[in-house]
Design a protein around this ligand. Sequence first.
Ligand code: SAH
Length: 394
Amino acid sequence: MECKSVFLKPGKEESLKRFHPWIFSGAIHHIEGEPDEGDLVKVYTAEKEFMALGHFQIGSIAVRVLSFQDELVNEDFWRRKLTVAYDLRKSIGVALNPLNNTFRLVHGEGDNLPGLVIDVYGKTAVMQAHSVGMHVCRMEIAEALSEVLGDTIENIYYKSETTLPYKADLGPENGFIKGGCTDNVAMEYGLKFHVDWLKGQKTGFFVDQRENRVLLEKYAENRTVLNMFCYTGGFSFYAMRGGAKLVHSVDSSSKAIDLTNQNVELNFPDDTRHAAYAEDAFKYLDRMGDQYDLIILDPPAFAKHKDALRNALQGYRKLNAKAFEKIKPGGILFTFSCSQVVTKENFRTAVFTAAAMSGRNVRILHQLTQPADHPVNIYHPEGEYLKGLVLYVE
Ligand code: SAH
């Protein structure tokens, strides 16, 4: 297939020389061959030197780079990329681990596959395209995925209805590309949980908090725990395994509360230490007493775009201030932000301000981030999105 070409303005290849995987539309001088969104294009300097190839997009990011070499993007290409990704997950101990069958196999730019996310839950891989290019390639990718993972997976569910650019008008439908099994109990470090990949948020579970949940487990013994924004209850069942005295899970979505109750029941049947409440976080924090000495705040992204940053920071400030106000002396606060546009410094300042408002003596015990199966491409620092602080509140 003839490849279309993008020519950069003079000097605009600098970021590509540093392997940054995005080309902004403003860097482009002209385009040859009238590519459609999702087409593969080759990128050249003004002097016609090959720089990269990638998927063409409409919008401020015009090309997402798949390779800095002039190579074919075919099934063999996907197979090689997925093999590298799988090897990484095996080497960090999250894949082929008898106690853990839940991991992120592909994390977009972090795996040099911009626009693609693949999460594995037991025998099912959930594939999500964030770019038209990846949507176009989905069958080839699925084929390569089957080969690379072999019989460790039986189902591939494609879930891109809400992640593809709306304007592209692709009308993608969620559905199985392979298999169709709906037995959906997966395992994370020995704890079981139901994954609702058909209707759940993201690919069905927040895989990115795995290592932070492990840390929480260590702090849970004999504590009274509040898991705010619990979704499927991940932090709650780790707290219970860690020996918490009591665990309260709160989420505004009653579906999330049902899932949390199911998951707690799956691991700790008839355990009366747990209760879950469907309620707004701010209302709950206002009305609750001072019974908790371990609080988790893991809200949804308050800012999805740069222009929402100010309000988002105010949101983090308000939320954390309430926790500082109510947490027991000697309490531990796990607080997070998953907004990509909120930097580590932004988040720390918001939490710092909240602490100061409470007048409490607060110390940072741990600074948390996303786990190793959500790697950050060193040439694409924007890929670091999850930030967390573990605080000791006197
Ligand atoms: N901590 C979870 C992931 C949290 S996702 C985990 O480890 O899996 C964010 C959750 O916040 C969602 O489940 C959403 O329903 C919930 N949420 C959003 N706004 C809320 C609000 N105002 N009050 C309480 N929960 C809210």
